[in-house]
Design a protein around this ligand. Structure first.
Ligand code: TRP
Length: 386
């Protein structure tokens, strides 16, 4: 894998030739829809460029993404992000995946079953096809130099900017009246360190993470101008938006472990069938794809469509007058058949805990190598090499 040398101050510019026109973080909340439309257009351009150039120039599209190890991954994660990571890796994109263990305590009082959750994520990554030879899988807590980048980065943002971050605000609202902790307020800066420590150019994200990416771009820009005399120490990364629509749980509301409405990747075929049998539908016999009028039915059709690579309207057409029962059978078969390979590989890998440990050790070692070099560059440009 190619990495950045300690003193390299890269001046190569962004991934594309077109100037980036996304607005600054300060305007994200007021203009969320405009920002989203721009980000979606940019993503389409990026996707095409990756197809064209990733194989010959993998570092140009270095990608970082990650998950909080708060519990098992579900089919929403699989369809919206995991499949896409594997697809990009297989196109030759240099891939980093952070298991964001320090991010777990942004909105809760304890880390929970952190060890088991971290290992569970690794199992799903490997079963889905992430290849630890090509993809660096690591945890925050094992990479000290990454965390240290947060100090200079914090100096580049204001508290007002952090307080108006719409994602932080939403997370605060959802955390049951907890007071705003210093970590919840500043975790977008920590996330900027995740993204910038390896000079990643591409960050596949869902819509809710766009404000964090804007902040990351601001941190990179400000670092370069304030501490590096305008040299491009940190390139400004770009969002690669998921094309997958927001998926709901089996009761037609937001997926949430505590509501018991999710289908986990690791669930058995029987557990999946039970969960889908209990799914909310309606009593209309004719199955139609109507996201506004029949959101729960539309959600099941969307899941089946994504797995079968078929438009949800056409899945509905096939079911016709079969009613909820036929719909549930189609969805259950789609989930169980398309996840059968994943689940079998996951079960095999789970029998070899030493292998999972070695994947983490190897990934952490590589991430440390990269982070140490980046921190050395930062100290050098800031005049802190003594
Ligand atoms: N915040 C992301 C989530 O909750 C996880 C994450 C941590 C991440 N660091 C990241 C995502 C860096 C993209 C880039 O899903």
């Amino acid at each position: 894998m190619s990495t950045t040398t300690p003193t390299a101050i890269t001046t190569s510019t962004a991934v594309t030739t077109a100037p980036v026109t996304t607005p600054s973080a300060a305007t994200v909340h007021d203009d969320e829809c405009g920002t989203y439309a721009v980000a979606r257009d940019r993503s389409a351009v990026l996707d095409a460029l990756i197809d064209e150039h990733a194989a010959e120039d993998p570092a140009r599209f270095r990608m970082l993404t990650g998950d909080r190890p708060t519990g098992p991954l579900h089919i929403g994660h699989y369809l919206a992000s995991l499949r896409n990571r594997v697809r990009l890796q297989d196109k030759g994109v240099e891939t980093f995946v952070v298991i964001a263990d320090f991010q777990v305590i942004t909105d809760r009082d304890s880390v929970g079953e952190i060890g088991a959750n971290v290992r569970g994520l690794v199992l799903d990554y490997l079963a889905a096809g992430l290849d630890p030879e090509r993809t660096t899988i690591f945890t925050h807590s094992a990479v000290p130099a990454l965390n240290q980048l947060m100090l200079p980065f914090l100096s580049l943002v204001t508290d007002a900017e952090l307080r108006r971050n719409p994602t932080v605000k939403d997370e605060l609202t959802l955390s049951d009246g907890r007071p705003l902790s210093g970590l919840l307020l500043t975790y977008p800066v920590h996330q900027a360190a995740d993204i910038l420590f390896c000079h990643s150019r591409i960050v596949p994200v869902g819509r809710d993470q766009l404000p964090h990416l804007e902040l990351t771009r601001a941190v990179a820009r400000r670092f370069n101008s304030r501490y590096a005399a305008g040299h491009s120490v940190f390139p400004e990364p770009e969002a690669l938006l998921s094309e997958v629509p927001l998926l709901l749980g089996t009761d037609g509301t937001k997926m949430s472990k505590s509501k018991g409405n999710v289908i986990n990747l690791r669930d058995t075929a029987d557990e999946t069938a039970d969960r889908i049998r209990a799914a909310r539908t309606d009593s209309e016999r004719r199955i139609t794809f109507d996201p506004n009028g029949r959101p729960a039915v539309a959600n099941l059709l969307t899941i089946a469509g994504l797995l079968l690579e078929e438009a949800p309207e056409s899945v509905a057409e096939r079911i016709g007058d079969g009613g909820a029962q036929a719909l549930k059978r189609v969805v259950t078969d789609a989930v169980n058949e398309s996840l059968a390979g994943h689940r079998a590989r996951r079960a095999d890998l789970a029998r070899d805990p030493a292998y999972v440990t070695s994947v983490l050790h190897e990934g952490n070692a590589r991430a440390n190598d990269v982070a140490d070099r980046t921190l050395a560059t930062v100290r050098a440009v800031m005049g802190m090499s003594y």
